[in-house]
Design a protein. Sequence first.
Length: 247
Amino acid sequence: MIAIYPLSDLPEIGPGDELSVLLHDALERAGLWPPASGDVLVVTQKIVSKAEGRLVDLETVEASPEAIRLSQDVRKDARLVELVLRESASVVRAAPNVLITRHRLGHVMANSGIDRSNTGSGEEHVLLLPEDSDASAQALRSALGGALAVVISDSFGRPWRHGVVGVALGASGLPSLVDRRGELDRDGRRLEVTQIALADQIATAATLAMGEGAEGVPAVLIRGLSLPLGDVGASALVRPLEEDLFR
């Protein structure tokens, strides 16, 4: 049986905090340490970014002419747009109140993943994604002894669907993408296109306990999974540009 255990007693995370120590202590208090086989620790991007010092004061940002022009089209703060452009490889769509970019790590998302909510630092501060989410997941897993897998989660909207779901920005200790092509279904037919976004499925399951607002649950432990062998980061989930059929 799969069980999801919320870790809700973590303190407010700040730059330089030893996130691995705080998570270890929270797992111990919850009676979830030592890890069991197949355990996955899911942590929000927000607390990873906070610990890594990715908080930016908009007062320190000078908007470029390009950001000022684009801000008028999308009706957003020009300083925020400047940061979005710095964090992006390209602008995918721009419309009033909407700015979709391809993040420098390949994710197609709103505002390059930059967020104002739950920063704990006031309205003029925004939070950027980690520099390298897979590297962050790997470092966190190593600091926790390597006995459990780690997924760094965020929330994305999806084309042609309302609402957001949890996705994996970073992962370590599990195969983020499981390729089942070549296997047979129950009728003996060979699977031709089936690839499982395992890390995304885990992130979405964790979001059921984490919530999306003021719930204050920045990490969960998922227990009872039978994880396939392999260690493939979440970057494997990003579809290459040459496979983009919608642009």
